[in-house]
Design a protein around this ligand. Sequence first.
Ligand code: PMP
Length: 459
Amino acid sequence: MPPRPNSVEARDVAHHLHPYTNARRHEEIGPIVMAKGDGVYVEDIDGKRYIEAMAGLWSVAVGFSEQRLVDAAARQMAQLPYYHSFTHKTHAPVVDLAEKLIALAPVPMSKVHFTNSGSEANDLIVKLLRYRSNALGEPARKTIISRLRGYHGVTLASASLTGLPNNHASFDLPGEGVVHTMCPHYWREGEAGESEEAFAARCAAELRATIEARGPETIAAFIAEPVMGAGGVVVPPPTYWAEIKAVLADYPDILFVADEVICGFGRTGEMFGSTYYGLEPDIMTVSKALSSSYLPISAVLMNEKVYGPIAEESARIGTFGHGFTASGHPVAAAVALENLAIIEERGLVANARERGERLQSGLRTLSGHPLVGEVRGIGLIAGVELVTDKEKKIAVQPPGALAAKAFGLIQERGVISRAIGDTLAFCPPLIITDDQIDTVVATVRDGLDALAGEMGMAG
Ligand code: PMP
């Protein structure tokens, strides 16, 4: 239905180009206007309540009505609403947060640098890797290996790292200096008769072959999310990370970057995805659940091997010529600190692990549904990939149409998920309860049954 004249919806259509939206379609159907949040729920201006089973954008760990974060922001606003950290200045929130992140990190880290989004953090990592290679007198070492379907953001450099066609098409991306290797999705990419272990070994062999083909001396780093999120929730085979670690161990000068933007702070049922898989990153990207997205903030954690040459180079040049006006913003930092305190005090990592089991087993009861190809996930992150032909693992054309329909039917029934291609993603706030999980699963089933009914398939 086209928006009513002069409504918020109509004014939105009139003035607002939306991120990740088909702009022409938006002009036809207009937006859903969200008005308030309450725990795992959000409510639109018509008073319709939804369980936000994506925690916004994989990020609102503590739910949508956490007064302690409001108070932390207000206190800091009243005390010192803004200061920067350029040219030897600092303030308590940014120091406290840097110290806290280093204490939480799964491996020894030396320094933290603050940015405002996951994209900016990964963009900076590309710059840091160049800077470091130049500092080390290795100007040829600039290429970064990332993975097909990996998601690392949308700025020029981070969109190049991202391995998804929609982030490249018509933006003249990816740019130079990035190579994409295999996506570790066994169900989709595994060959007939290939075991999961053999598939994981093939992924690692391809990484090694890529390094060798380019020349190990030209590769600065391998970047990966422990569990892929925006590429469709891809949980790698159990032996994948051990295989990848073994390849990287043969090339000690190639750094490993863990993009923990989704996995960080409890999502997998451990504090970091790197903890879950025993990874030892040289650099980590964090954001999202760092502040539960109440304010924008992200960070790059780096070990001494990374920091040392960068510090030297800044001394040689006279400054580290990078920084944003809002880097380490005191209000965002104060909110992040309070948010991390809540995650720890309320045991939300353990909650993610325990409630995660219920989410995973609940969604797996849908495996037999005629429209479900694969259910995957760990902790409180899951994907349900839809198909119309289970044998061939294909859905009706065009790609994404099936999940878009399912998404709409499920949203009408009060649960917000996200359609990624033909996968429905789920990533609820870490505070979710068993009852709320049961409602999510029942609503998904109901929506899928309705869709199967519409398509003349038995639900
Ligand atoms: N890395 C990962 C793993 C992400 O999931 C995202 C966002 N979905 C980003 C980076 C980019 O973060 P932002 O949207 O804050 O730029």
